[in-house]
Design a protein around this ligand. Structure first.
Ligand code: 13P
Length: 259
């Protein structure tokens, strides 16, 4: 079906948007437009409160649901936090770790992000570990140093994925060019290949995130090193999200599949 080395993943991060009824309506629209055999794994990350609603509304479809964060401890006195077991119980199979907005708003350090990824893996969740440099770091020529530091302790596990999300491209409309994104993805794969071995690095899926839209998705998806997207704003509209999914369809194929 595709000559890609790795099966792509299309992930939608709803951040702090949408109520439960809106999540249910979204699921109906997404299911109606989804091809019989989607050209990528599809995952949605709603707010914690909408997880059960969305997971139930998507049951029996190929679309899976994940949490936007988790605590590194399995349980305990951590007011306001959610554990891996609670995410699984609510219907999640995935979880985001270390999104730059968590690092910014909640002071998450690289060590804490890695501890969260380990907790997710131990519980049977698939973590997507988010990395990426700020605008100042890129201007100062520190991009690769930052990425190197963020993945220095990344655990070796086939269930783990990476997302390269340059902070300057998130919610700004300023997408990384395919060259800039592919350079960062290649750097991450090479770096992890040296530390964890070529076979692991070759299998690792690295998603790109930062102002992905239906207009720029195909050009980014065409890059061999880009294995999918973590989409914010454009994932809030099921039609736009489905249009982005079409970027992974083999060329010439109808992204909606055969009726
Ligand atoms: P935008 O697609 O809105 O830029 O957000 C990207 C992102 O942060 C996904 O996690």
């Amino acid at each position: 079906m595709s000559d890609r080395a790795r099966r792509p993943v299309l992930a939608g991060n709803w951040k702090m948007h949408r109520l439960r009824a809106e999540a249910a309506d979204y699921a109906v629209a997404l299911r109606a437009g989804l091809p019989a055999e989607p050209p990528a794994e599809v995952v949605l990350f709603p707010s914690f409160l909408s997880i059960p609603t969305l997971a139930e509304a998507l049951a029996g479809s190929p679309v899976e649901v994940g949490g936007q964060d988790l605590h590194a401890q399995p349980e305990g006195a951590h007011t306001g936090d959610v554990s891996a077991a609670q995410l699984l119980d609510a219907g999640c199979r995935w979880v985001l770790c270390g999104h730059s907005e968590r690092r910014r708003d909640h002071g998450e350090t690289d060590a804490r992000v890695i501890a969260k990824a380990r907790a997710a893996l131990a519980a049977g969740l698939r973590p997507i570990v988010c990395v990426g440099e700020s605008r100042d770091e890129r201007r100062a020529g520190q991009t690769f140093d930052v990425l190197d530091r963020q993945v220095a302790e990344l655990p070796e596990d086939p269930a783990l994925l990476l997302a390269y999300e340059p902070v300057w491209a998130i919610g700004t409309g300023e997408t990384a060019t395919p060259e800039v994104a592919a350079d960062a993805h290649r750097f991450l794969r090479e770096r992890l290949g040296r530390r964890l071995g070529e076979p692991y690095a070759c299998r690792l899926r690295i998603l790109y995130g930062g102002s992905v839209t239906p207009d720029n998705a195909s050009e980014l998806a065409a890059r061999a090193d880009i294995d999918g997207f973590l989409v914010g704003g454009a994932s809030l509209d099921p039609r736009r999200f489905l249009a982005i999914l079409g970027a992974f369809a083999p060329s010439g194929a109808d992204p909606r599949g055969t009726p």
